[in-house]
Design a binder for this molecule. Structure first.
Ligand code: GLA
Length: 398
């Protein structure tokens, strides 16, 4: 069963009534532009064609109760007054606590509510299942409250929830991609002014994702990388007055001031600045349908991750090496924060399914188990689902 009808059914069977709103949100694929979002840089991403649905209903108490079709352990429950306190590490309802806390900090009076979620996304695999959870719950909850926020604000609530739940100081990429993606398009985001453009994806381009199976606790490494970028900005600003973020730097500036920067900060900055340049070039390649040129940029990005940002791992490298040895693949790289999670591979539509299946088989010896691989459709962003239509449909099915 798809996530939306499943979420309704789960809500009904758990709470004995119908939800007040239903929303769904996709995961995301970071196509190019790694760790550039919090550096006011450029990213090409898309909404993955796999979604999470959330059915939400308000309650007349100050308690949140939630249930997931995918995660064991039954019903979760917390009092709203405890929302600011984090539950045990790895506990999925921490995202709901984070959302409730972020909304009330923003002045929204949040009453008790009930949530049922169902997802078709691989969880904690680097495709932002957490952003899909945050955004689907937010959209449904805000609808129940009769409120309306622009995507940028919704993304900030999600980002705040993420940072409260896992302690990582992430950027806005995951939430904005989940909210604003469009089927058949890549989303180009400029993270200084948050301007976005939808770039049509040539029909013959297809993305395959492969799960390295490595689930890394991202927070410590992620925050350390972000701090190095901030350090690079501090040092560069001493010699380049007016420089505000790595977005204002380029490779020749870094070369000029190589002596001023601490070696580690220079390496991290080199990756970010290179990623911005690659995104600019990729947009041109995309427009001319140049798959080999676009793919080469993906592979360069991965090498830069390995060498300069050091956010890859042997399993991700093994998947990219296999991709590079296969003439059907134009290029591949890690996608998202790194240190585990998925790789994304650009291939031609016609060979994508066979490529995905064979990649899983060929990767088994190196990874010690057969990885999950799939052709990842480029889907639409988050939306409220038509609850009335769904209810009628569900009743008909009974
Ligand atoms: C994670 C974060 C994003 C972004 C990417 C790396 O997905 O949540 O904000 O920084 O890593 O590009």
């Amino acid at each position: 069963m798809r996530p939306a009808p499943l979420a309704i059914e789960l809500f009904h069977s758990t709470f004995g009534r119908m939800p007040g709103a239903l929303a769904s949100a996709p995961g995301r694929l970071e196509i190019l532009g790694n760790h550039t979002d919090y550096n006011e840089g450029l990213v090409l991403s898309c909404a993955a064609g796999f979604r999470t649905a959330a059915a939400v209903g308000l309650a007349e108490d100050d308690v949140v109760e939630a249930v997931s079709a995918n995660l064991p352990g039954g019903r979760r429950r917390f009092a709203l007054e405890d929302a600011a306190a984090r539950g045990p590490a790895g506990e999925w309802s921490n995202y709901l606590r984070g959302l409730a806390a972020a909304l009330s900090e923003h002045g929204v009076r949040v009453p008790g509510f009930r949530v049922a979620v169902a997802s078709e996304l691989p969880l904690a695999a680097g495709m932002s299942s957490s952003a899909a959870l945050e955004i689907s719950v937010l959209l449904a909850l805000v609808d129940c409250l009769g409120l309306d926020f622009p995507p940028e604000q919704l993304a900030r609530f999600g980002q705040e929830a993420e940072s409260r739940a896992v302690g990582a100081r992430t950027g806005l990429l995951d939430q904005l991609s989940s909210l604003c993606g469009r089927a058949g398009h890549l989303l180009q985001t400029e993270f200084r002014g948050l301007e976005q453009r939808h770039c049509p994806l040539p029909a013959e381009f297809a993305f395959v994702v492969a799960d390295s199976g490595v689930k890394h606790d991202l927070a410590a490494e992620y925050n350390e990388r972000r701090a190095s970028c901030e350090r690079a900005v501090e040092m560069l600003a001493l010699v380049e007055p007016g420089l505000r973020s790595l977005r204002d730097a380029d490779r020749s500036m870094l070369e000029r001031h190589a002596g001023v920067l601490e070696p580690l900060a220079l390496k991290r900055a080199w990756h970010v600045v290179g990623e911005n340049a690659r995104v600019r070039e990729a947009v041109v390649r995309l427009r001319s349908g140049d798959a080999p040129g676009f793919g080469r940029l993906l592979s360069e990005s991965h090498r830069s991750s390995q060498r300069y940002f050091e956010n890859s791992c042997p399993e991700l490298d093994a998947l990219v090496e296999l991709a590079e040895a296969d003439p059907r693949c134009f290029g591949a790289r890690l996608s998202g924060g790194g240190f585990g999670g998925v790789t994304v591979h650009l291939v031609e539509q016609g060979v994508a399914a066979a490529y995905a299946a064979e990649l899983a088989e060929r990767a088994e010896p190196a990874l010690g188990k057969r990885p999950w691989t799939t052709v990842c459709p480029v889907g639409d962003g988050a939306r409220l689902e038509d609850l009335q239509g769904r209810l009628a449909f569900n009743v008909d099915q009974e």
